[in-house]
Design a protein around this ligand. Structure first.
Ligand code: PGA
Length: 256
């Protein structure tokens, strides 16, 4: 990562944790995540957000949603509005996670609308992009990632682009234990940055944080973070236990 960008470690709890378990994990993280390190955010399921907000209030750890709708309110059964997330003190929201795209039919257009609504409501969207195994094997990785980035930011101004976070998450590396080689993750994160520079300008692109996600573990984080274009991690499986997520968040202390 570049020293100009503050590293960001985000935990995606996915569909895990009851309210009681969420309180326990949030509390343990509060005790174990060292102050003065990277920015840290947890994204619990919506049912546990209120409780997690209570536990983390006043701590250095932020919280956010895993998904949201782009409408302000209305007849959208099962959805959560941006203002409902900010009402709970959320400052981040994950947008376009590959599970949302592949299992719930989320399109690039929906990702664009959600990310724009997040910004309009003062939330930082963590926009996920990445290729499937099939696409990688067909040498389509670069094309897929570039198109996802372009479509997510369609019609945006440089001021808007400056406020987002991207996460490069190769689908074949998510939940599989197969981490993308740090050199390759850095190459694709660099490609995302080049795409941002073309959509906005180089200075804007240089300020945007780009995370790597996909089987991130305490053992792999330091090597990933040493790469110039990787500014943080979006962590799934390893964020469900306080010790492993804290070890990832505290990677600078461990590396020293
Ligand atoms: P994983 O998930 O760390 O379990 O691979 C990452 C993600 O889906 O964001």
């Amino acid at each position: 990562m570049s020293t100009a960008r503050r590293p960001l470690i985000a935990g995606n709890w996915k569909m895990h944790k009851t309210v009681a378990e969420a309180r326990q994990l949030a509390n343990a993280l509060r005790a174990k995540v060292a102050a003065g390190g990277p920015e840290v955010v947890v994204c619990p399921p919506a049912t546990a957000l209120f409780a997690v907000a209570e536990e983390l209030k006043g701590s250095a750890i932020a919280w956010g949603g895993q998904n949201m709708d782009w409408h302000a309110k209305g007849a959208f059964t099962g959805e959560i509005a941006p203002g409902m997330l900010t009402d709970l003190g959320c400052t981040f929201v994950i947008v376009g996670h590959s599970e949302r795209r592949t299992l719930f039919g989320e399109t690039d257009e929906a990702v664009c609308q959600k990310a724009e609504a997040a910004l309009a409501n003062g939330l930082t969207p963590i926009i996920c992009v990445g290729e499937t195994l099939e696409q990688r094997e067909a040498a389509l990785t670069d094309n897929v990632v570039i198109v996802q980035v372009q479509r997510a930011l369609h019609g945006w101004t440089a001021e808007q682009v400056a406020k987002v976070v991207f996460a490069y998450e190769p689908v074949w590396a998510i939940g599989t234990g197969k981490t993308c080689e740090s050199q390759e993750a850095d190459r694709v994160c660099g490609l995302i940055r080049d795409t941002l520079a073309r959509l906005a300008d180089q200075a804007t692109a240089d300020g945007v944080r780009i995370l790597y996600g996909g089987s991130v573990k305490p053992e792999t984080i330091a090597e990933q973070m040493a790469k110039p274009h990787v500014d943080g991690a979006l962590v799934g499986g390893a964020c469900l236990e306080a010790d492993s997520f804290a070890a990832i968040a505290n990677y600078q202390a461990v590396a020293r």
